[in-house]
Design a binder for this molecule. Structure first.
Ligand SMILES: Cc1cc2nc3c(=O)[nH]c(=O)nc-3n(C[C@H](O)[C@H](O)[C@H](O)COP(=O)(O)OP(=O)(O)OC[C@H]3O[C@@H](n4cnc5c(N)ncnc54)[C@H](O)[C@@H]3O)c2cc1C
Ligand SMILES: *[C@@H]1O[C@H](CO)[C@@H](O)[C@H](O)[C@H]1NC(C)=O
Ligand SMILES: *[C@@H]1O[C@H](CO)[C@@H](O)[C@H](O)[C@H]1NC(C)=O
Ligand SMILES: *[C@@H]1O[C@H](CO)[C@@H](O)[C@H](O)[C@H]1NC(C)=O
Ligand SMILES: *[C@@H]1O[C@H](CO)[C@@H](O)[C@H](O)[C@H]1NC(C)=O
Ligand SMILES: *[C@@H]1O[C@H](CO)[C@@H](O)[C@H](O)[C@H]1NC(C)=O
Ligand SMILES: *[C@@H]1O[C@H](CO)[C@@H](O)[C@H](O)[C@H]1NC(C)=O
Length: 642
């Protein structure tokens, strides 16, 4: 019997080493006049947006539709240079624009490891460097946000904005039929800015995986964007189907409109330090070059209507705390004058942990298959230069082939409800109900934050009991490892500044797996993935679970012990650190995303979510920013909105 690793380089994105290497390729996007130098920043704007990621650029685009409105976006990162690593899925290189030096404090639930935290620092934010998965949450996610005291939030309420945000291009019909891609056109948008579609190729191993999933009873989902996605499906991606390149927020909400919008200014490579207040009214921001260079935050710019924070799950709570909006205890400790005592700022941190499970491939005796693995797979691009050159030529000439698939991923994925993952789901829910929720939070938690967490936990446990809400996903990149994601953690972390220096990193504590129920859920997902690999269609390929996992791990406790060593706390989906909840539930913003206790200040980015979705964040960020743009237009009668 011969054993071989199925393939090299079963990399999970966050394992890609951080690199500061300068982009090698030529500039494809010339600078435009609307990208302003900080000396050219006007004295005042109607709106100032801190952070030019998905939410920031979507809002800036929509608000500047009114020619009487002026908007300045201040973004910490530069414009991308149109590198292959950004635009070409098969050449995906996210580390080109990672925010530097973000580390976590020792993770108590993960044997005190200190893994890196990941977020974008580039125009377009996460959409410029993310893995392109363009997936909505499940209907109950938005309904549950609504039920936590947020009138106006529901699946039905957000659906028109999902549709408005996107332009879905259907795949070729005969390819779709062979590949098992299906969708419901009635819930897809066709005239919005965000292009999305599917790769036009699949690795043959994907068929083994798909069929194995059906063999263990997972259904094929008609359309994962329709509000319930439990089962297997092709992952929609933010691909421009004409060029098969990434359609990021920089393209669809800045490049697309900049020539006709002298009122849309973008200041790159500058960090917003603080919101400036006159009394309790936000009147502007101060900022500093990201490169620092010894300068302090002496530049300021003023907003006649609002300052909108769109700096992401780490950036927004940091700006709030630096501005005196946050937990009084923390602000006092750092000598920051309190503008509004909001105990929830920087609390409620959640991500969607990931776990890589390596596999070896075993040759099985004739008359079974005689190949160690089915080729080509994504690893072939990396190990066979002839194949790589062929595929690249195919992509460059015809926009076809393996390069249309995001490197390291394949094309299909499975989302599991807790009851699909395990028949003992009721025991897990009972254990969660019996536990003291305070144990899932830091010991010094504020009583309002704890109360809000209890409300969230009740909503989440309802989701655990639902057949229509995913708690985890399973994926196989067709090479040497499976990737499983934990979508619905109960553990809650914190992100708090540790200094008044706006260029310093905050203290990031995910507190992953500090709630023991999280590992019970994750173990159930792990076992379901094991079952999938043991199904006949996968066994044709002879995969065996490899170290540090392996068949010798049989009890939940044995599996969980290895997990504590292996879980990556982040999929770069950090969220919920300025939560949209009532004030008495530790909330930071109201259902129209206004910061409590002050005026003229909103939070647009993923920080405002109460809890994680059964999906990936990007599609919802675009939709919720569209929604917020409409709210703001109505409030101020902009662009004929009233
Ligand atoms: C490597 C990676 C892979 C991912 N994969 C996927 C995926 O496949 N699918 C998916 O749906 N999601 C994915 N995500 C997550 C997704 O991209 C984010 O959740 C999403 O971009 C959040 O949108 P946002 O508008 O809240 O913030 P972001 O898009 O993160 O934008 C925030 C922006 O604010 C800037 N900023 C921060 N602080 C300041 C400051 N003080 N001053 C000025 N600017 C500031 C940042 O530089 C950034 O550009 C991934 C993220 C990363 C990083
Ligand atoms: C806003 O800026 C314009 C032009 O830069 C200037 O004329 C005006 O006085 C400013 N208004 C305020 C309130 O600062
Ligand atoms: C939507 O995408 C298609 C290409 O797939 C394009 O022809 C069409 O113009 C786009 N629509 C809009 C409104 O951008
Ligand atoms: C598609 O599904 C059919 C069965 O419904 C299966 O025979 C085929 O292998 C699948 N192909 C892929 C690429 O998933
Ligand atoms: C490498 O790829 C080429 C082209 O697809 C193929 O003909 C060849 O067999 C591959 N080599 C190996 C060692 O797999
Ligand atoms: C936090 O700040 C304190 C006081 O300045 C310092 O001693 C400590 O090293 C900082 N912690 C981290 C992780 O930077
Ligand atoms: C812009 O302002 C002018 C002058 O106040 C007004 O006449 C016009 O209707 C406004 N345009 C829009 C789109 O609101």
């Amino acid at each position: 019997m011969r054993y071989s690793r199925c393939h090299l380089l079963g990399t999970l994105l966050p394992l890609v080493p951080f690199s500061t290497a300068a982009p090698a390729e030529s500039v494809r996007f010339p600078r435009h006049a609307t990208v302003v130098d900080h000396r050219a920043v006007a004295n005042n704007y109607t709106f100032i947006i801190a952070g030019g990621g998905i939410a920031g650029l979507t809002l800036a685009d929509r608000l500047t539709e009114d020619p009487n409105v002026t908007v300045l976006v201040i973004e910490a990162g530069p414009l991308d240079q149109g590198q292959d690593g950004i635009l070409v899925p098969g050449a995906y290189a996210p580390y080109l624009y990672f925010w530097p030096n973000l580390i976590t404090v020792p993770q108590a639930g993960l044997n005190n490891r200190t893994p890196g935290a990941i977020t974008a620092q580039v125009v377009g934010g996460g959409s410029t460097i993310n893995a392109m998965v363009f997936l909505r949450g499940d209907a109950d996610d938005y309904d549950a946000w609504g039920s936590l005291g947020n009138p106006g939030w529901s699946w039905q309420g957000l659906l028109p904005y999902f549709i408005k945000s996107e332009n879905f291009t259907a795949p070729d019909a005969s390819f779709a039929a062979t590949a098992n891609i299906s969708w419901d056109d009635s819930i897809r948008g066709h005239s919005g800015p965000v292009m999305n579609s599917y790769p036009n190729y699949f690795y043959p191993g994907s068929a083994n995986w798909w069929n194995a999933a059906l063999e263990i009873g997972l259904p094929a989902v008609k359309d994962p964007q329709a509000g319930s996605k439990e089962g297997v499906f092709w992952m929609p991606t933010d691909l421009d189907a004409t060029t098969m390149t990434r359609d990021h927020a920089r393209r669809n909400h800045y490049d697309r409109v900049k020539d006709s919008r002298p009122n849309y200014h973008l200041l790159t490579s500058n960090i917003v330090c603080q919101v400036l207040f006159m009394g309790k009214v936000a009147i502007g921001v101060s900022y500093v070059p990201t490169s620092g260079g010894g300068s302090s935050c002496t530049s300021s710019v003023y907003a006649s209507k609002e300052v909108i924070l769109a700096a992401g799950g780490f950036g927004t709570p940091k700006i709030l705390q630096l501005s005196g909006v946050g937990p009084r205890k923390l602000l006092n400790k750092l000598g920051i004058p309190v503008v509004a005592d909001l105990p929830g700022v920087g609390q409620n941190l959640q991500d969607q942990p990931t776990l890589t499970i390596p596999y070896n491939c075993e040759l099985t005796a004739p008359p079974h298959v005689v190949t160690a693995n089915v080729v080509p797979n994504y690893g072939t691009l990396l190990t066979n230069s002839t194949y790589n050159a062929e595929q690249r030529a195919l992509y460059d000439s015809f926009h076809e082939g393996a390069y249309t698939i995001v490197s390291s991923l394949s094309t299909n994925i499975g989302a599991l409800s807790l009851q699909q993952a395990t028949s003992s789901y009721k025991d897990i829910i009972a254990a969660a109900k019996a536990a003291n929720p305070a144990y899932s939070l830091p010991a010094d938690v504020d009583p309002t934050v704890l109360k809000g967490y209890k409300a969230q936990r009740a909503a989440l446990l309802n989701q655990f009991a639902s057949p229509n809400v995913g708690v985890g996903t399973v994926h196989w990149g067709t090479s040497d490892s499976a990737l499983i994601y934990h979508l619905k953690p109960l553990s809650r972390g914190t992100v708090n500044i540790n200094s008044t220096d706006p260029l310093a990193s905050p203290l990031i504590d995910f507190r992953t797996a500090t709630d023991p129920v999280d590992l019970q859920v994750y173990t159930a997902i792990f076992r379901k993935n094991r079952e999938l690999f043991a199904a006949p269609s996968m066994q044709l390929l002879g995969p065996t679970e490899a170290a540090p996992f392996g068949a010798h791990l049989t009890t939940d406790a044995e599996i969980a012990a290895v997990m504590r060593d292996q879980i990556n706390p982040t999929n770069a989906h950090q969220c919920c650190t300025a939560a949209m909840l009532p004030l008495e539930l530790g909330g930071v913003v109201s259902s129209d995303q206004k910061v409590y206790g002050v005026q003229g200040l909103r939070v647009a980015d993923i920080s405002h979510w109460p809890f994680q979705l059964s999906g990936a964040p990007m599609a919802t960020m675009y939709a919720s920013a569209e929604r917020l743009a409409d709210l703001i237009k109505k409030q101020y009668c902009l662009a004929g909105a009233c």
